[in-house]
Design a protein around this ligand. Structure first.
Ligand code: HEM
Length: 400
């Protein structure tokens, strides 16, 4: 049996693992719920250990330990922007999250549903009419870019020009020992462009507020005692714009692949034997667009008998947690009417994904469109993204 370091090398370097990381996750789980690796970090490999790391107060984001973080975040720091709420601990995290949380409540997001359906049917129609229907660039990415752009108040003509810069930053999030410096350099240039774009947009929203989230942030509509500064508003705008579309685009692609590889479950869905909501929940579990999350140990702690010293980074294997047979029966099977705990795909605890309802709504609208076809779509060809952290497809050609 391989040890944890050998498994990590395979995970980081082996191309086949990109195709299917789940067998290697099983090997990690069989070594134990908490594993300490050579390279001065640990891994939480099961549902319960990952949940504890994400929820317990001994673990945090440690924004002051910036040097430990990946290049994109330090590049943002160099450009004098405060870390967004994603990289903050309470009490500042609580304050920043409060500035926007009411906009992401289901009751508020449901008001977007009809508009979301309209744009989704238009994009889906265009996808079907094209000579070589390619799901990712024609539907899976444009849909969430359109939606979050609309929520935030990013002018329609700018949304798609900003998207490539966000994708470049997303690349630096990968867990890959072989990543070359050019990826970090490109990300730095991209973050500089995004920062100046959003700084300008914020000035515009201060001058001419509209009915959108960015205007609400700059006018302190959440009535915070300490409103967000311009720089904090800029970090927030970039986070919200970026967090939503690469992930949701990957979710739509991964869900399509999962259905196509499980024809009997796909048929049950088409026949109406399972609800859209059940299907969405299981597809989110089955192949999560975010495979890795993590925290820094802020106070020495014993987790499942393993002593974790202060300052150690603990990576939580969300994809492995979602396939843990201690909590899910037959976890490697897609089972659309599955019951069980909520998957770890959106994280857990104080940083639980703010956009989870929105992402699930977008997937649900897509599933209803493909259910309307009555016959299953098929995948003709595809190319996967290199990234393991953000798991998804670069291209997926369909017969639709
Ligand atoms: C399938 C799609 C998505 C997945 C899998 C996903 C996953 C995640 C995960 C795992 C986290 C937790 C990170 C942590 O532990 O610190 C997170 C946080 C976050 N997500 Fe998502 N996300 C998705 C879509 C979205 C969308 C559509 C939005 C917004 C438009 C969004 C906004 C955020 C924000 C703002 C946070 C940080 C919350 C905080 O720090 O308190 N996400 N997401």
């Amino acid at each position: 049996m391989k040890d944890v370091n050998a498994l990590l090398l395979t995970l980081a370097a082996d191309k086949e693992v990109r195709e299917d990381p789940y067998p290697i996750y099983r090997e990690f789980r069989s070594l134990g719920p908490v594993l300490v690796a050579n390279d001065n970090f640990a891994l939480a490999t099961t549902y319960e250990s990952a949940a504890q790391v994400l929820r317990r107060s001994e673990f945090g984001k440690s924004p002051d330990r910036e040097d430990r973080r990946r290049s994109n975040i330090s590049s943002l720091r160099r450009q004098d922007l405060p870390p967004s709420m994603l990289f903050q601990d309470p009490p500042n995290h609580t304050r920043l999250r409060r500035a926007v949380s009411q906009f992401f409540l289901p009751t508020n997001l449901e008001t977007l549903r009809e508009k979301l359906k309209d744009i989704a049917s238009r994009l889906f129609g265009e996808l079907r009419d094209s000579k070589e229907p390619e799901l990712i660039s024609s539907f899976a990415l444009p849909l969430p870019v359109w939606v979050i752009g609309d929520v935030l108040g990013v002018p329609a003509e700018d949304r798609f020009t900003l998207q490539p810069d966000v994708s470049k930053i997303a690349k630096t999030l990968d867990f890959n020992f072989n990543q070359d410096d050019s990826v970090a350099k490109e990300a730095e240039a991209s973050s500089a462009r995004l920062i100046s774009y959003f700084e300008e947009l914020i000035e515009e929203k201060i001058k001419n507020p509209r009915e959108d989230l960015l205007s609400a942030i700059v006018s302190n509509s959440a009535s915070l005692d300490v409103p967000l500064s311009k720089k904090e508003s800029c970090s927030m705008a970039m986070l919200l714009f970026a967090a939503g579309f690469e992930t949701t685009g990957n979710l739509i692609g991964n869900a399509t692949a999962a259905l196509c590889h499980s024809p009997s479950e796909y048929k049950r869905f088409l026949d109406g034997d399972v609800s859209t909501r059940e299907a969405v929940d299981e597809l989110v579990r089955f192949d999560s667009p975010v495979q890795l999350d993590g925290r820094v140990v802020e106070k020495e702690v014993d987790l499942f008998g393993v002593a974790l010293p202060e300052g150690l980074f603990v990576a939580t294997l969300l994809g492995a947690a979602n396939r843990d047979d201690l909590v899910y029966e037959d976890p490697d099977a897609l089972s659309l009417s599955r019951t069980g705990p909520a998957p770890m795909s959106f994280g857990s605890g104080a940083h639980f994904c703010l956009g989870s309802y929105l992402a699930k709504m977008e997937l649900g609208v897509y599933l209803e469109l493909i259910r309307g076809l009555k016959t299953p779509i098929t995948i003709q060809d595809y190319r996967r993204k290199e990234s393991l952290t953000l798991r998804g497809f670069e291209e997926m050609y369909l017969l639709v």
